[in-house]
Design a protein around this ligand. Structure first.
Ligand SMILES: O=C(O)CCC(=O)C(=O)O
Ligand SMILES: [Fe+2]
Length: 316
């Protein structure tokens, strides 16, 4: 039996609050946004800004800093499987006029976001710029706070692998916690929840060298089993090749990793609404070991958020 499911070809105008437990694939969801327009705007308004990007030469991962224009125009086009370049940046877009244009172009249910009720310091960034060169991969991870993630691809093709968060996969991936909260001087001072990351790279070995290898067989991209023999025990993944124009909406508490089949350009964010409020606040309540009476769950979302976040902060 498949543990994870996918629904495709849905209308971006629909209200997806009740479909929080499967992968949704929306075609043409950010109607007004084109990668050329977004890239041009970013380069004009923020090309000189410093950004941190990830590169991995011969398996050695490192973080490097350079201007946005150098990363987009020089490094991303030269990325390859052995020396991949990935930029995931939450700071640049909010400083440009693109932030408003993108939020206006977003499907309506992504604009109704209860994370705006969180105290500013604990609010996740609304828009993350995700630009990958060919062969770039995210790490294998679970997003923080059990939120619902969205990821819009405007250009390129990206392969995703999803897995349920079950003990079998924790055994296979050997996760480390990635705390979510307020950081000061590099230290976490108020942690309200967690995400998880694994050192495993599900795409470490590439056996097919064609520029656009077939996407229906994933034997050609596989983990390094000599280095991580325990990965063999993981459950079968749900796979999806994200095409340009598609937005994916997925439970952030699923394990996921991406592989950028071609150079890509897109944005990611997360949403909190009546469909996943219980899951996200439940995550914070468990993580902070809060005692919340049953009646609290019957409150209006805003009041419930204020109570849980207030108690979480008091508990530090
Ligand atoms: O787009 C990617 O490469 C990774 C994005 C991701 O992990 C997310 O949107 O949660
Ligand atoms: Fe993620």
């Amino acid at each position: 039996m498949a543990l994870l499911s996918k629904r495709t070809g849905l209308d971006p105008e629909d209200d997806f609050t009740s479909a929080a437990d499967c992968l949704l694939v929306l075609p043409n969801s950010f109607q007004e946004a084109s990668s050329n327009f977004c890239c041009k705007t970013l380069l004009e308004e923020a090309g000189c800004q410093e950004v941190e990007y990830k590169r991995a030469a011969h398996g050695e991962l490192s973080l490097a800093t350079d201007s946005l224009s150098r990363v987009l125009c020089d490094f991303v086009p030269n990325s390859c499987h052995e020396d991949p370049v990935l930029l995931m940046d939450e700071n640049v877009v909010p400083t440009t006029s693109l932030a408003n244009s993108l939020l206006e172009a977003a499907p309506p249910f992504l604009r109704e976001d209860l994370f705006c009720e969180f105290p500013r310091m604990l609010r996740p960034a609304q828009l993350c710029l995700v630009v990958g060169g060919q062969g770039a991969r995210s790490d294998l991870h679970i997003d923080p706070l059990s939120w619902t993630g969205w990821n819009c691809l405007l250009q390129g093709r990206k392969l995703w692998r999803f897995f349920p968060d079950i003990p079998q996969n924790a055994e296979a991936f050997r996760p480390a916690s990635r705390p979510f909260g307020i950081r000061k001087g590099g230290a976490e001072v108020c942690t309200i929840g967690s995400g998880w990351r694994s050192d495993v790279d599900l795409f470490a070995n590439r056996t097919n060298t064609a520029a656009e290898p077939p996407c229906d067989s994933f034997g050609w991209l596989s983990p390094d089993l000599a280095k991580f023999p325990h990965v063999k025990g993981c459950s079968a993944p749900l796979e999806h090749v994200q095409e340009p124009g598609e937005t994916l909406i997925f439970p952030g508490h699923w394990w996921h990793q991406t592989y950028h089949l071609t150079p890509t350009f897109g944005f990611a964010g997360q949403v909190l609404n009546s469909g996943n409020l219980g899951r996200v606040l439940g995550h914070i309540i468990r993580w902070c070991e809060l005692e919340v009476p049953d009646e609290a769950w019957d409150q209006e979302p805003k009041a419930f958020i204020a109570q849980v976040l207030g108690e979480a902060i008091d508990s530090m």
